[in-house]
Ligand binder design. Sequence first.
Ligand code: PRP
Ligand code: ZN
Length: 288
Amino acid sequence: MNGNLKLALQKKGRLTEKSLELLNLCGLDIENYSERLVVSARNFPIDILFLRDDDIPEYVQDGVVDIGIVGENVIYEKQSGTEVLEKLGFGRCSLMFAYPEKNELQKIEDINGKTIATTYPHILKEYLTKNNLKAKVIELSGSVEIAPSLGVADLICDIVSTGNTLMMNKLKKSFKVFDSEAVLISAEKILKDSKLNEILNDLLRRIRSVKTAHSSKYLMMNIPKNSLEKILKIIPSLKSPTVLHLAEENMLAVHAVIPSDKFWQIVNDLKIAGASGILLLPIDNMIQ
Ligand code: PRP
Ligand code: ZN
């Protein structure tokens, strides 16, 4: 016991790189982690344990670690007594039915009487019951996508992210069971230790500021003085934008924080309104 907060991350998989990237953006200087089970941050009281993602909910629930980053898919499948502290906005994927390309799944009732291979038996069975469907569920621990070609199952119910795995196995995605993303979890009876709680709250504050910053960009541009009113109407600014005078008499500079996904919608309107020298800069952190 070194008094550090213990965080579990997926050892190797879809969430590993993104989780470490998030911690780096939170200002954590993490030692070289390759092939190690536990690493510490040089500048933050945290130990990071690299574990199989499927085991993380249980380790968190049992208090082996204090918190973990894992997909919602794993949490719901494992039915663990853990609490979601924060959705993290990466590792998005969906649990979906997928069929061999040559077949067709017209309506969800078509899966009645079929055999479905999955690593998510709990979620799948719940879905079948809820939708009044009757199918045989075959539980596998991995490589579900090869089950139809081996003749083990008619279809699969598996995680789809980019869709590459399905494509490589000549499978076609069909109905969706649910959407998932990476989340930060802790045990339900949240950390009683006030020191650890303090560290967790510090980390949560940083994560939230990184999340806000990443959904925003810093927009800078020059505009003719007389189009200021028009331009301000176009910018969906979070706060009132900054307007600066330029050496050139009739020009102004306008700076504003905007939602990243709005930029391409408004850039043409800005140009038509006379904006020039438009710059869009990333924001690392935004404390609110
Ligand atoms: C899922 C799924 C596929 C892959 C799909 O595995 O089982 O193998 O991701 O991703 P794609 O659509 O981008 O090809 P996951 O990452 O959850 O790993 P795990 O089953 O080993 O835990
Ligand atoms: Zn897994």
